[in-house]
Design a protein around this ligand. Structure first.
Ligand SMILES: NC(=O)c1ccc[n+]([C@@H]2O[C@H](COP(=O)([O-])OP(=O)(O)OC[C@H]3O[C@@H](n4cnc5c(N)ncnc54)[C@H](O)[C@@H]3O)[C@@H](O)[C@H]2O)c1
Length: 411
Protein backbone atom coordinates (compact mmCIF):
# COMPACT_ATOMS: atom_id res chain seq x y z
CA UNK A 1 0.00 0.00 0.00
CA UNK A 2 1.30 3.49 -0.85
CA UNK A 3 2.10 5.55 2.20
CA UNK A 4 2.47 9.31 2.52
CA UNK A 5 3.53 11.71 5.24
CA UNK A 6 1.79 15.08 5.02
CA UNK A 7 3.92 17.67 6.83
CA UNK A 8 1.86 20.62 8.09
CA UNK A 9 -1.81 19.91 8.85
CA UNK A 10 -3.17 23.38 8.11
CA UNK A 11 -5.99 24.41 5.80
CA UNK A 12 -4.26 22.75 2.85
CA UNK A 13 -2.49 19.82 4.50
CA UNK A 14 -5.27 18.40 6.64
CA UNK A 15 -7.99 18.12 3.96
CA UNK A 16 -5.34 16.67 1.62
CA UNK A 17 -4.17 14.11 4.21
CA UNK A 18 -7.76 13.04 4.89
CA UNK A 19 -8.50 12.82 1.16
CA UNK A 20 -5.50 10.54 0.60
CA UNK A 21 -6.58 8.34 3.53
CA UNK A 22 -10.14 8.19 2.18
CA UNK A 23 -8.74 6.73 -1.05
CA UNK A 24 -6.82 3.95 0.65
CA UNK A 25 -3.41 5.62 0.99
CA UNK A 26 -1.79 5.07 4.38
CA UNK A 27 -1.29 8.55 5.84
CA UNK A 28 0.72 10.00 8.68
CA UNK A 29 0.19 13.68 9.35
CA UNK A 30 3.02 15.67 10.94
CA UNK A 31 2.07 18.88 12.74
CA UNK A 32 4.01 20.91 15.26
CA UNK A 33 1.00 22.82 16.62
CA UNK A 34 -0.22 20.79 19.61
CA UNK A 35 -3.71 22.33 19.48
CA UNK A 36 -4.26 20.87 15.99
CA UNK A 37 -3.18 17.42 17.19
CA UNK A 38 -5.46 17.67 20.25
CA UNK A 39 -8.39 18.63 18.07
CA UNK A 40 -7.75 15.64 15.78
CA UNK A 41 -7.45 13.29 18.76
CA UNK A 42 -10.85 14.55 19.89
CA UNK A 43 -12.20 13.85 16.38
CA UNK A 44 -12.84 17.54 15.61
CA UNK A 45 -11.76 19.54 12.56
CA UNK A 46 -9.74 22.55 13.77
CA UNK A 47 -11.36 24.85 11.15
CA UNK A 48 -14.38 24.96 8.83
CA UNK A 49 -14.01 23.36 5.40
CA UNK A 50 -17.14 22.05 3.72
CA UNK A 51 -17.64 18.31 4.19
CA UNK A 52 -14.38 17.65 6.02
CA UNK A 53 -15.86 16.89 9.47
CA UNK A 54 -17.75 13.95 7.93
CA UNK A 55 -14.56 12.96 6.09
CA UNK A 56 -12.55 13.06 9.34
CA UNK A 57 -15.21 10.91 11.08
CA UNK A 58 -15.06 8.36 8.25
CA UNK A 59 -11.26 8.26 8.06
CA UNK A 60 -10.87 7.90 11.83
CA UNK A 61 -13.43 5.07 11.84
CA UNK A 62 -11.70 3.24 8.96
CA UNK A 63 -8.12 3.68 10.17
CA UNK A 64 -5.34 4.60 7.74
CA UNK A 65 -4.69 8.05 9.24
CA UNK A 66 -2.60 8.94 12.25
CA UNK A 67 -0.90 12.13 13.35
CA UNK A 68 2.30 13.00 15.18
CA UNK A 69 4.35 16.04 16.06
CA UNK A 70 7.64 14.34 15.18
CA UNK A 71 8.81 14.18 11.56
CA UNK A 72 11.07 11.15 12.25
CA UNK A 73 7.89 9.15 13.08
CA UNK A 74 7.11 9.40 9.38
CA UNK A 75 10.35 7.72 8.26
CA UNK A 76 8.55 4.68 6.82
CA UNK A 77 6.44 6.71 4.37
CA UNK A 78 7.13 6.46 0.61
CA UNK A 79 6.24 10.08 -0.08
CA UNK A 80 6.57 13.30 1.92
CA UNK A 81 4.17 16.07 0.96
CA UNK A 82 5.07 19.49 2.39
CA UNK A 83 2.01 21.66 3.06
CA UNK A 84 3.75 24.24 5.20
CA UNK A 85 3.04 27.95 5.42
CA UNK A 86 5.01 30.20 3.04
CA UNK A 87 4.39 33.76 4.17
CA UNK A 88 6.05 36.75 2.51
CA UNK A 89 8.57 38.78 4.44
CA UNK A 90 8.05 42.55 4.49
CA UNK A 91 11.07 42.73 2.18
CA UNK A 92 8.80 41.31 -0.58
CA UNK A 93 10.56 38.00 -0.38
CA UNK A 94 9.30 34.48 0.30
CA UNK A 95 9.81 33.25 3.87
CA UNK A 96 11.01 29.65 3.45
CA UNK A 97 11.77 29.13 7.13
CA UNK A 98 8.97 26.57 7.69
CA UNK A 99 10.10 24.58 4.63
CA UNK A 100 13.72 24.74 5.67
CA UNK A 101 12.96 23.61 9.21
CA UNK A 102 10.89 20.66 7.93
CA UNK A 103 13.71 19.69 5.53
CA UNK A 104 16.15 19.75 8.46
CA UNK A 105 13.75 17.50 10.41
CA UNK A 106 13.46 15.10 7.47
CA UNK A 107 17.12 14.90 6.40
CA UNK A 108 18.03 12.24 9.00
CA UNK A 109 15.22 9.94 7.83
CA UNK A 110 15.36 10.45 4.06
CA UNK A 111 16.60 7.39 2.17
CA UNK A 112 17.10 6.52 -1.52
CA UNK A 113 13.76 6.05 -3.27
CA UNK A 114 11.90 8.63 -1.20
CA UNK A 115 9.81 11.22 -2.99
CA UNK A 116 9.27 14.71 -1.65
CA UNK A 117 6.47 16.90 -2.98
CA UNK A 118 6.26 20.62 -2.36
CA UNK A 119 2.53 21.43 -2.20
CA UNK A 120 2.97 24.87 -0.62
CA UNK A 121 2.86 27.95 -2.83
CA UNK A 122 6.43 29.04 -3.51
CA UNK A 123 8.49 31.64 -5.37
CA UNK A 124 9.89 30.55 -8.75
CA UNK A 125 13.10 28.62 -8.18
CA UNK A 126 12.18 27.26 -4.74
CA UNK A 127 11.68 23.65 -5.87
CA UNK A 128 15.18 23.62 -7.43
CA UNK A 129 16.51 25.18 -4.22
CA UNK A 130 14.87 22.39 -2.15
CA UNK A 131 16.44 19.80 -4.45
CA UNK A 132 19.84 21.47 -4.14
CA UNK A 133 19.51 21.74 -0.34
CA UNK A 134 18.83 18.00 -0.03
CA UNK A 135 21.67 17.14 -2.42
CA UNK A 136 24.06 19.41 -0.55
CA UNK A 137 23.16 18.19 2.93
CA UNK A 138 21.99 14.62 2.30
CA UNK A 139 24.37 13.55 -0.48
CA UNK A 140 21.51 12.63 -2.85
CA UNK A 141 21.27 13.03 -6.61
CA UNK A 142 17.76 14.35 -7.12
CA UNK A 143 15.94 12.67 -10.00
CA UNK A 144 18.01 9.49 -9.51
CA UNK A 145 17.91 8.38 -5.87
CA UNK A 146 15.65 11.05 -4.37
CA UNK A 147 12.65 12.61 -6.08
CA UNK A 148 11.54 16.22 -5.64
CA UNK A 149 8.51 17.85 -7.28
CA UNK A 150 6.21 20.81 -7.04
CA UNK A 151 2.52 19.93 -7.19
CA UNK A 152 0.82 23.25 -6.43
CA UNK A 153 -2.48 23.55 -4.62
CA UNK A 154 -5.03 25.71 -6.48
CA UNK A 155 -8.16 24.78 -4.55
CA UNK A 156 -10.37 27.53 -3.12
CA UNK A 157 -11.32 27.34 0.54
CA UNK A 158 -14.62 25.55 1.17
CA UNK A 159 -14.34 23.80 -2.20
CA UNK A 160 -11.59 21.34 -1.27
CA UNK A 161 -13.49 18.09 -1.59
CA UNK A 162 -15.01 18.98 -4.97
CA UNK A 163 -11.88 20.48 -6.46
CA UNK A 164 -9.36 17.84 -5.34
CA UNK A 165 -11.35 15.45 -7.50
CA UNK A 166 -11.83 17.77 -10.46
CA UNK A 167 -9.00 20.30 -10.98
CA UNK A 168 -6.10 19.24 -13.19
CA UNK A 169 -3.04 18.30 -11.13
CA UNK A 170 0.06 20.25 -12.21
CA UNK A 171 3.25 18.27 -11.61
CA UNK A 172 6.66 19.91 -11.96
CA UNK A 173 9.37 17.38 -11.16
CA UNK A 174 13.12 17.92 -10.88
CA UNK A 175 14.00 15.35 -13.53
CA UNK A 176 11.61 12.85 -15.12
CA UNK A 177 11.85 10.35 -12.28
CA UNK A 178 10.59 12.94 -9.82
CA UNK A 179 7.52 13.77 -11.93
CA UNK A 180 6.65 10.08 -12.25
CA UNK A 181 6.87 9.53 -8.49
CA UNK A 182 4.67 12.55 -7.69
CA UNK A 183 2.16 11.60 -10.38
CA UNK A 184 1.93 8.05 -9.02
CA UNK A 185 0.81 9.50 -5.68
CA UNK A 186 -1.63 12.14 -6.95
CA UNK A 187 -3.25 9.85 -9.51
CA UNK A 188 -5.46 8.48 -6.69
CA UNK A 189 -7.60 11.59 -7.18
CA UNK A 190 -8.39 10.57 -10.76
CA UNK A 191 -7.86 14.01 -12.26
CA UNK A 192 -5.86 14.97 -15.34
CA UNK A 193 -2.14 15.09 -14.55
CA UNK A 194 -0.28 17.83 -16.42
CA UNK A 195 3.49 17.43 -16.48
CA UNK A 196 5.69 20.50 -16.66
CA UNK A 197 8.91 21.91 -15.23
CA UNK A 198 9.21 22.99 -11.58
CA UNK A 199 9.54 26.68 -12.53
CA UNK A 200 6.45 26.53 -14.76
CA UNK A 201 4.44 24.83 -12.02
CA UNK A 202 5.53 27.53 -9.55
CA UNK A 203 4.69 30.33 -12.00
CA UNK A 204 1.33 28.80 -12.93
CA UNK A 205 0.28 28.71 -9.28
CA UNK A 206 1.36 32.19 -8.25
CA UNK A 207 0.03 33.75 -11.45
CA UNK A 208 -3.32 32.00 -10.93
CA UNK A 209 -3.61 34.11 -7.78
CA UNK A 210 -2.00 37.23 -9.28
CA UNK A 211 -4.61 37.12 -12.03
CA UNK A 212 -7.41 37.31 -9.46
CA UNK A 213 -5.66 39.92 -7.33
CA UNK A 214 -5.09 42.18 -10.35
CA UNK A 215 -8.60 41.61 -11.72
CA UNK A 216 -10.19 42.73 -8.44
CA UNK A 217 -7.95 45.82 -8.21
CA UNK A 218 -9.68 47.36 -11.25
CA UNK A 219 -13.22 47.58 -9.79
CA UNK A 220 -11.74 48.76 -6.48
CA UNK A 221 -9.84 51.55 -8.21
CA UNK A 222 -12.98 52.33 -10.22
CA UNK A 223 -15.02 52.48 -6.99
CA UNK A 224 -12.66 55.14 -5.63
CA UNK A 225 -12.68 57.05 -8.92
CA UNK A 226 -16.49 56.99 -9.01
CA UNK A 227 -16.57 58.70 -5.61
CA UNK A 228 -14.44 61.52 -7.06
CA UNK A 229 -16.95 62.10 -9.84
CA UNK A 230 -20.19 61.49 -7.94
CA UNK A 231 -20.75 58.32 -9.98
CA UNK A 232 -22.16 54.96 -8.90
CA UNK A 233 -19.65 52.13 -9.35
CA UNK A 234 -22.33 49.45 -9.69
CA UNK A 235 -23.97 51.41 -12.52
CA UNK A 236 -20.62 51.88 -14.27
CA UNK A 237 -19.73 48.18 -13.96
CA UNK A 238 -23.13 47.34 -15.44
CA UNK A 239 -22.57 49.84 -18.30
CA UNK A 240 -19.19 48.22 -19.04
CA UNK A 241 -20.46 44.66 -19.04
CA UNK A 242 -24.01 44.95 -20.34
CA UNK A 243 -24.35 43.10 -23.64
CA UNK A 244 -20.69 43.80 -24.40
CA UNK A 245 -18.67 40.84 -25.67
CA UNK A 246 -15.37 42.11 -24.27
CA UNK A 247 -16.64 43.15 -20.82
CA UNK A 248 -15.92 41.20 -17.69
CA UNK A 249 -15.28 43.91 -15.10
CA UNK A 250 -15.55 42.31 -11.66
CA UNK A 251 -17.35 43.82 -8.67
CA UNK A 252 -15.61 45.82 -5.91
CA UNK A 253 -14.98 44.55 -2.37
CA UNK A 254 -12.35 44.12 0.31
CA UNK A 255 -9.84 41.89 -1.44
CA UNK A 256 -7.25 40.22 0.75
CA UNK A 257 -6.63 36.88 2.43
CA UNK A 258 -3.54 34.95 3.20
CA UNK A 259 -2.88 33.81 -0.39
CA UNK A 260 -3.73 36.83 -2.54
CA UNK A 261 -1.99 39.27 -0.22
CA UNK A 262 1.37 37.51 -0.36
CA UNK A 263 1.65 35.40 -3.49
CA UNK A 264 2.26 38.48 -5.69
CA UNK A 265 5.39 39.16 -3.61
CA UNK A 266 6.87 35.89 -4.90
CA UNK A 267 6.82 37.37 -8.40
CA UNK A 268 7.80 40.83 -7.24
CA UNK A 269 10.96 39.64 -5.42
CA UNK A 270 12.90 39.17 -8.69
CA UNK A 271 10.71 41.10 -11.10
CA UNK A 272 12.25 42.75 -14.17
CA UNK A 273 9.42 45.31 -14.00
CA UNK A 274 8.98 45.78 -10.30
CA UNK A 275 6.16 47.86 -8.92
CA UNK A 276 3.16 46.93 -11.01
CA UNK A 277 1.96 44.21 -8.66
CA UNK A 278 2.87 46.35 -5.69
CA UNK A 279 0.51 48.98 -7.09
CA UNK A 280 -2.22 46.32 -7.34
CA UNK A 281 -1.64 45.51 -3.69
CA UNK A 282 -1.70 49.20 -2.71
CA UNK A 283 -5.08 49.64 -4.40
CA UNK A 284 -6.58 46.86 -2.28
CA UNK A 285 -4.85 48.07 0.86
CA UNK A 286 -6.29 51.57 0.40
CA UNK A 287 -9.94 50.40 0.30
CA UNK A 288 -10.43 50.36 4.11
CA UNK A 289 -9.25 53.98 4.38
CA UNK A 290 -11.43 54.95 1.41
CA UNK A 291 -14.47 53.48 3.20
CA UNK A 292 -13.61 55.18 6.50
CA UNK A 293 -13.09 58.57 4.81
CA UNK A 294 -16.31 58.23 2.81
CA UNK A 295 -18.25 57.36 5.92
CA UNK A 296 -16.71 60.23 7.86
CA UNK A 297 -17.76 62.70 5.20
CA UNK A 298 -21.35 61.40 5.31
CA UNK A 299 -21.47 61.64 9.09
CA UNK A 300 -20.55 65.31 9.25
CA UNK A 301 -16.77 65.08 9.15
CA UNK A 302 -16.08 63.14 12.33
CA UNK A 303 -16.50 59.60 13.60
CA UNK A 304 -15.59 60.45 17.17
CA UNK A 305 -18.05 58.75 19.58
CA UNK A 306 -20.08 57.40 16.66
CA UNK A 307 -21.07 53.74 16.86
CA UNK A 308 -20.00 51.74 13.81
CA UNK A 309 -21.04 48.10 13.42
CA UNK A 310 -18.52 46.15 11.35
CA UNK A 311 -20.13 43.02 9.93
CA UNK A 312 -17.74 40.33 8.75
CA UNK A 313 -14.28 39.70 10.10
CA UNK A 314 -13.02 36.97 7.77
CA UNK A 315 -11.37 37.63 4.43
CA UNK A 316 -13.75 35.39 2.54
CA UNK A 317 -17.47 34.84 2.14
CA UNK A 318 -18.96 32.12 4.36
CA UNK A 319 -15.56 31.14 5.79
CA UNK A 320 -14.09 31.31 9.32
CA UNK A 321 -10.60 32.25 8.05
CA UNK A 322 -9.39 35.52 9.60
CA UNK A 323 -5.90 35.45 8.16
CA UNK A 324 -4.90 38.69 6.43
CA UNK A 325 -8.47 39.96 6.35
CA UNK A 326 -8.85 43.69 5.62
CA UNK A 327 -11.62 43.85 8.27
CA UNK A 328 -8.91 44.10 10.91
CA UNK A 329 -7.35 47.10 9.15
CA UNK A 330 -10.77 48.72 8.75
CA UNK A 331 -11.50 48.31 12.46
CA UNK A 332 -8.12 49.75 13.43
CA UNK A 333 -8.68 52.78 11.20
CA UNK A 334 -12.17 53.34 12.69
CA UNK A 335 -10.74 53.12 16.19
CA UNK A 336 -8.12 55.71 15.27
CA UNK A 337 -11.06 58.01 14.43
CA UNK A 338 -12.26 57.41 18.03
CA UNK A 339 -15.36 55.59 16.81
CA UNK A 340 -16.94 52.86 18.98
CA UNK A 341 -16.70 49.70 16.92
CA UNK A 342 -19.06 46.74 17.37
CA UNK A 343 -18.06 43.53 15.62
CA UNK A 344 -20.21 40.70 14.33
CA UNK A 345 -19.35 37.68 12.20
CA UNK A 346 -21.59 34.59 12.24
CA UNK A 347 -18.56 32.43 11.41
CA UNK A 348 -16.37 33.77 14.24
CA UNK A 349 -18.64 33.78 17.33
CA UNK A 350 -15.71 34.02 19.73
CA UNK A 351 -14.83 37.53 18.46
CA UNK A 352 -18.43 38.67 17.87
CA UNK A 353 -21.32 40.22 19.65
CA UNK A 354 -24.83 39.21 18.55
CA UNK A 355 -26.05 40.91 15.38
CA UNK A 356 -28.90 42.74 17.14
CA UNK A 357 -26.63 44.23 19.74
CA UNK A 358 -24.02 45.21 17.12
CA UNK A 359 -26.70 46.98 15.07
CA UNK A 360 -28.48 48.58 18.01
CA UNK A 361 -28.21 52.38 17.83
CA UNK A 362 -25.42 52.17 15.25
CA UNK A 363 -24.67 55.35 13.31
CA UNK A 364 -23.15 53.28 10.54
CA UNK A 365 -23.03 49.65 9.45
CA UNK A 366 -20.09 48.48 7.36
CA UNK A 367 -20.36 45.14 5.58
CA UNK A 368 -16.73 44.12 5.46
CA UNK A 369 -17.26 40.52 4.30
CA UNK A 370 -19.91 39.45 1.79
CA UNK A 371 -21.28 36.58 3.90
CA UNK A 372 -24.55 35.20 2.59
CA UNK A 373 -26.10 35.92 6.04
CA UNK A 374 -25.91 39.63 5.22
CA UNK A 375 -28.00 39.44 2.05
CA UNK A 376 -31.24 40.38 3.81
CA UNK A 377 -29.68 42.88 6.16
CA UNK A 378 -31.07 46.07 4.58
CA UNK A 379 -34.29 46.13 6.60
CA UNK A 380 -32.40 45.75 9.89
CA UNK A 381 -30.13 48.77 9.45
CA UNK A 382 -31.25 51.35 12.06
CA UNK A 383 -33.10 54.40 10.67
CA UNK A 384 -30.71 57.29 10.13
CA UNK A 385 -27.66 55.03 9.86
CA UNK A 386 -25.37 54.88 6.86
CA UNK A 387 -24.84 51.46 5.32
CA UNK A 388 -21.39 50.96 3.80
CA UNK A 389 -21.49 47.98 1.47
CA UNK A 390 -18.73 47.88 -1.15
CA UNK A 391 -19.92 44.39 -2.15
CA UNK A 392 -23.54 45.42 -2.66
CA UNK A 393 -24.35 42.23 -0.77
CA UNK A 394 -27.39 43.85 0.87
CA UNK A 395 -28.61 45.04 -2.52
CA UNK A 396 -28.79 48.80 -1.96
CA UNK A 397 -26.90 49.40 -5.20
CA UNK A 398 -24.66 51.96 -3.47
CA UNK A 399 -21.34 51.79 -1.65
CA UNK A 400 -22.63 54.33 0.89
CA UNK A 401 -26.41 54.24 1.41
CA UNK A 402 -28.67 55.97 3.91
CA UNK A 403 -31.57 54.13 5.53
CA UNK A 404 -33.96 56.16 3.33
CA UNK A 405 -32.13 54.99 0.21
CA UNK A 406 -32.35 51.41 1.46
CA UNK A 407 -36.13 51.75 1.77
CA UNK A 408 -36.28 53.19 -1.76
CA UNK A 409 -34.15 50.29 -3.04
CA UNK A 410 -36.66 47.92 -1.40
CA UNK A 411 -33.99 46.03 0.59
N1 LIG B 1 -5.31 28.16 2.51
C1 LIG B 1 -5.50 28.09 1.21
O1 LIG B 1 -6.64 28.22 0.78
C2 LIG B 1 -4.36 27.79 0.24
C3 LIG B 1 -4.69 27.54 -1.07
C4 LIG B 1 -3.69 27.24 -1.96
C5 LIG B 1 -2.37 27.21 -1.54
N2 LIG B 1 -2.06 27.48 -0.24
C6 LIG B 1 -0.65 27.40 0.16
O2 LIG B 1 -0.50 26.18 0.87
C7 LIG B 1 0.47 26.35 1.92
C8 LIG B 1 -0.14 26.01 3.24
O3 LIG B 1 -1.21 26.90 3.48
P1 LIG B 1 -2.16 26.74 4.74
O4 LIG B 1 -3.24 27.73 4.56
O5 LIG B 1 -2.53 25.31 4.91
O6 LIG B 1 -1.18 27.19 5.89
P2 LIG B 1 -1.34 26.91 7.45
O7 LIG B 1 -0.51 27.93 8.14
O8 LIG B 1 -2.81 26.77 7.76
O9 LIG B 1 -0.68 25.46 7.64
C9 LIG B 1 0.67 25.22 7.80
C10 LIG B 1 0.80 24.24 8.95
O10 LIG B 1 2.14 23.76 9.02
C11 LIG B 1 2.50 23.64 10.38
N3 LIG B 1 3.97 23.61 10.46
C12 LIG B 1 4.83 24.63 10.28
N4 LIG B 1 6.10 24.22 10.36
C13 LIG B 1 6.05 22.88 10.62
C14 LIG B 1 7.03 21.88 10.79
N5 LIG B 1 8.35 22.17 10.70
N6 LIG B 1 6.61 20.61 11.02
C15 LIG B 1 5.30 20.33 11.10
N7 LIG B 1 4.31 21.24 10.92
C16 LIG B 1 4.69 22.49 10.68
C17 LIG B 1 1.85 24.84 11.03
O11 LIG B 1 1.71 24.67 12.42
C18 LIG B 1 0.51 24.89 10.30
O12 LIG B 1 -0.50 24.13 10.96
C19 LIG B 1 0.96 27.78 1.79
O13 LIG B 1 2.10 27.81 1.00
C20 LIG B 1 -0.18 28.49 1.11
O14 LIG B 1 0.25 29.63 0.42
C21 LIG B 1 -3.03 27.76 0.66
Amino acid sequence: MTSVAVIGLGRVGLPLALSFADRGVEVIGVERDASVLRSLEAGRMPFQETGTQELLDRVLANGGFRSTERAPDAAEADHFVLTLGTPALVHLEIDVSQIRSALDDLLPVLRPGHSLVLRSTVAPGTTEWVAGYLEQRGGFTVGEDLFVSHVPERIAENHFLDEIASLPTIVGGVGEGSSEHAASLFEVFGTEIVHTTPAQAELAKIWTNILRYAQFALPNLLMMECEQYGANVFDVVELINHDYPRGGMKAPGLTAGTCLRKDFAFSEERSRAPGMLLAVSRVHESVPLFLVEGLKERLGGSLRDRKVAVLGLTFKRDSDDLRDSLSGKLIRLLERELAHVARHDPHVPELSEPLDSALSEADAVVIATNHSDFEDLGARVPGGAVLVDPWNVAGSGQVFATAAELVRAGT
